[in-house]
Design a protein. Sequence first.
Length: 432
Amino acid sequence: MKRTKRYMKAILILIAIALSGFYTKAQQPNIPRLNVYLDCTMCDMTYLRQEMNYLNFARDQKDADVYIMVLTQKTGSGGTEYELEFSGQGKFDELFYRSSYNMDMNATADELREELKMHLEMGLGNFWSYMFKKVRPYNHSDSTQTTTEVNEPVEDIDKWNSWVFSLGLSGSQSGEETSTITNINGSLSAKRVTEKNKFYLRASWDKNSSEFTYEMPPPSPDGEPITLTNEYVKENRSLDVRNVFSIYNLWSLGAFAEAGNSVYGNTDLYLKFKPALEFSVFPYEEATRKQITLSYRAGAVYNEYLESSIFNKNDELLWEQSLELGGSFKQKWGTISGSATYDSFLHDSELYALNFSVHANLRIFKGFSFNFMSSYNITHNQVHLPGGGLSIDELLLRQKQAQSGYNYYTSIGFSYTFGSMFNPVVNPRFGF
């Protein structure tokens, strides 16, 4: 009898397992998975893998059926415009889809990732439909291509007339037994962006104070140690005003003004005003994917110095010009950007500066990425430097700027990953 019960129990367990397997298959039909490569530096990949576990997220773009590029740029209201491009590869090579939408500047991180997920699903729906021959292939010469524009609803009347304001105040303090460092920062900004005009104003103030206490040996064997306290204070103010006008599809006219002081830069007051002209090789609408610009600025610079400058000047009016060539590209093979700038004073061509910078993130081959960042600056235009030299404390604590003919920064690296190409499983245990 007991043996019969054990047999019956074993049979019931086997039936339950079989039914469980049948139920699982019924709930999860064998639907073909899309292999997707998502080119997005700001996406919450853990969230997307968990919520979209019906996809295979490829580690390398060459293994994907669909290459998705997510491009972003700031809107005039301070929000963000997202542009998604879905490019088919392999058997989906003829299919292309584009979607764009705007998000408010006050959107939370959860709202941002939910909205992105929804638009990813909308775009991938075309590829699932194509898989079952429900949509026609994309034709580059067909003006009725499969493309949508999705935008958030906008109020008919903007009571702020495109103006966006921002206030900021922050402070910090750190210390130990022998030192205390305090920072206070405040800022106010106003911005207005339209199709024809872009205006920006920012006022800022910051104060940095450092106090150091240390003991000196007693002057005599029977004397007491001497306690010394040194305090250093840097307080800077600045006002930055920019106004840019669109004068043609590829041309822009601007005016840039600055005012303020800099203890580090030995200026009790500086005033700058420079009109500018910029030419863009590509239309500005394509700036999220490719951009090459050439700009020229020229104007007046007035300085009042805290200490007499290296040219024995207490104040002076100078005329300065600058020429800048910059570019950036974001494509399937990666991202590269760089700039070259020439600055000089008009009264003396030997007072000049050259600035070069480049940043690259390139996919060389499957699983291998190369990263490079570098900048090099030649600084022969430091007319503001104090003529009396610097103390050891001022030099080590960077209270004042020291003379230097150049400065540079370089970073280089690569990464190579290999192993399983598709894994939609998310396991957040212990946070790794």
